[in-house]
Design a protein around this ligand. Structure first.
Ligand code: F6R
Length: 594
């Protein structure tokens, strides 16, 4: 979704800002713009990609500036609606992420006072309000303006002739990057990671005044000492590293991600205190809240927790949970969100907490809003995930859920010991899947000719079918549906035929025979079948048109090897179809609106 950048230092701001905006392209956007202080305020914006903006923009001087990538909510993508937005005099510029819920009322009032609005956005009221309250102290004017604003915001404000940027946040992330005689601001760390890894995460309700050499943070009207953090990600991790797409690079990183996430978790386990909420898994029922791919991780987690911990686990789409009339009892919440900024998931977490419940957040982003709302946070150590389609963060989420279940398991100790051995072997098993990339790419070429597909699975491989379908549709634009195999007879069979391939995740567990029956029924309706199955399973090979071989693992871990294979299938199908794999149309890396 929208991205914010800011720069103040000794270098020319324009190229620095454009470089930072390029790093935020992965968030998804439809327009972009910059403002710099040079001979007053110079603004250049349009409904184009950053590259096009960089080519067409005049060369501005000036060492202070702000920039933005916009994902349209209030008013379509256009030059006028793009940020930065200005006040009447064109001296105050603002970039904003979030939604101002009372903007209509504010706009009416300001218009009656003589302010002229150009765009359809909610954001434009902010520079006009600041203008109204500006008596010379920009930060004081921002604070006064924010008192009137309802909703969520992360903003950066600049004023012609002032070597200062003013920042503020409420329910939308903003981070300051500390450089040497220069400072950066962004909604997301990768924007400035090549310049600095020293950061200050702004908290809700705080404002800040940033100059080339100083950072002052105010909270509730009082200056506070800023808390500096160090980002563990390296700038290289946010580069393609020789791969054609971030998605492919991130798929290939998964053996390492599994190792890192497990290492992190076992170390944390050694130092865990008695108040560690993860020790309460197995005491109260569990409520998992998530969206999209993270929801599919939660569904796998449900099977694993119910099997190993013998505790009921409910999984809810966060967006649906937020419309529930009642929450029953006091379940232990587990919110799963790679970005830590998904608006629906954050709202659901707040709801659980407001009812006296406690929530563990599983997220990939240190300092994210989810980590601030949660009672406890467990980090997936996946490194920055740039491709919009989640791959390595999903696998890392699974690792956390396996570990939570195994470390609280009521299963017999021999089973757990053998699962632990397998867990440590998973990086090698995933590597075996990656080694079959050529075979998968061949099947993907076949799949890429179709416009519709079904993914089926049973038991713990039902979420695999959902995730396989989601991955394929988002990157290749092939319409795909994930189904529990047993349900396909109850309607979807009407769509079977030569034009509708079916991808079946077959695992050698107690669903095996039923899956074989489903595949026979599907073959009898002429649909081509691509089956994921254990290496050397002759019965599946005989039945399916194509087989994606995956290594043998305990069936509890089959979602890991199967999903990695399906990520590759989606990637190569999208590549065959010439899709913009890392930045699919209309999608955003973190969905910060409801
Ligand atoms: C799909 C994908 C999305 C996200 C969803 C939730 O590849 O990435 O479906 O999983 O938007 O995002 P997070 O995990 O950041 O809450």
């Amino acid at each position: 979704m929208c991205g914010i950048v800011g720069y103040i230092g000794e270098r020319r701001a324009q190229p620095v800002l454009l470089g930072c905006l390029r790093k935020l392209e992965y968030r998804g956007y439809d327009s972009c713009g910059i403002a710099v202080t040079a001979d007053g305020l110079q603004v250049y914006k349009d409904a184009v990609r950053v590259e096009a903006l960089a080519k067409s923009a005049p060369q501005f001087g000036g060492t202070v500036g702000i920039g933005h990538t916009r994902w349209a909510t209030h008013g379509g993508p256009s030059k006028i609606n793009a940020h930065p937005h200005l006040d009447c005099a064109g001296r105050i510029a603002v970039v904003h992420n979030g939604v101002i819920t009372n903007f209509r009322e504010l706009r009416r009032k300001l218009a009656a006072e003589g302010h002229i609005f150009l765009s359809e956005t909610d954001t434009e009221v902010i520079p006009h309000l600041i203008e109204k309250y500006d008596t010379g102290d920009l930060e004081a004017a921002v604070v006064a303006a924010l008192r009137e604003i309802e909703g969520s915001y992360a903003i950066v404000v600049m004023k012609a002739g002032e070597a200062r940027l003013v920042v503020a946040r409420k329910d939308s992330p903003l981070v300051i990057g500390i450089g040497d005689r220069e400072n950066f601001i962004a909604s997301d760390v990768p924007a400035f990671l090549e310049h600095t890894g020293r950061v200050i995460y702004l908290e809700d309700g705080q404002t800040g005044s940033i100059t080339r050499s100083g950072i002052r943070i105010n909270s509730g009207g009082r200056e506070i000492a800023p808390k500096e953090d160090k980002v563990l990600w390296s700038a290289n991790e946010a580069q393609k590293g020789g791969y054609d797409h971030f998605m492919l690079k991130e798929i290939h990183e998964q053996p390492r991600v599994i190792r890192n996430t497990l290492a992190e978790f076992t170390q944390a386990e050694e130092t865990a205190s008695g108040s560690d909420l993860t020790r309460e898994i197995g005491v109260s029922p569990i409520l998992m809240l998530a969206c999209g791919t993270s929801y599919h991780a939660a569904l796998v987690g449900k099977y694993v927790l119910e099997d190993l911990v013998n505790i009921p686990a409910t999984v809810e789409f966060a967006s649906e949970f937020n419309h529930r009339k009642n929450i029953f009892g006091k379940p232990l919440g587990i919110a799963i969100t790679q970005s830590g900024e998904t608006a629906d998931t954050l709202k659901a977490m707040k709801r659980v907490r407001s009812q006296g419940g406690r929530v563990i957040a599983v997220t990939n982003v240190v300092g994210s809003t989810a980590s601030r709302i949660a009672n406890q946070t467990i980090y997936t150590r996946a490194g920055p995930e740039i491709s919009v389609a989640a791959t390595k963060t999903f696998i890392a989420q699974l690792m956390i859920l396996y570990w939570l279940a195994m470390s609280n398991s009521k299963a017999d100790s021999r089973r757990i010991a053998s699962l632990l051995l397998e867990l440590r072997q998973l990086p090698n098993r995933v590597q075996q899947v990656l080694d079959n990339e050529g075979i998968i790419a061949g099947h993907a070429k076949f799949l890429s000719r179709y416009e519709h597909a079904f993914f089926i699975g049973r038991g713990i491989n039902y979420p695999v079918a959902l995730e396989g379908a989601l991955k394929l549709k988002e990157v290749s634009y092939i319409h795909a549906e994930g189904y529990p195999a047993g349900e396909t007879k109850h309607g979807p069979f009407a769509l079977l035929g030569r034009e509708t391939p079916v991808i079946a995740a077959v695992s050698r567990d107690d669903t095996y025979e039923a899956m074989m029956t489903s595949m026979k029924e599907i073959k009898a309706r002429s649909s081509p079948v691509i089956a994921l199955s254990e290496d050397g399973d002759g019965a599946v090979e005989e039945l399916a048109d194509f087989v994606i071989p995956v290594p043998h693992v305990d069936c509890i871990f089959s979602p890991v090897v199967n999903c990695v294979a399906l990520q590759l299938l989606a990637y190569y199908a999208a590549r065959e179809r010439g899709c913009p794999i890392d930045f699919p149309r209309n999608l955003a890396k973190s969905v910060t609106v409801e």
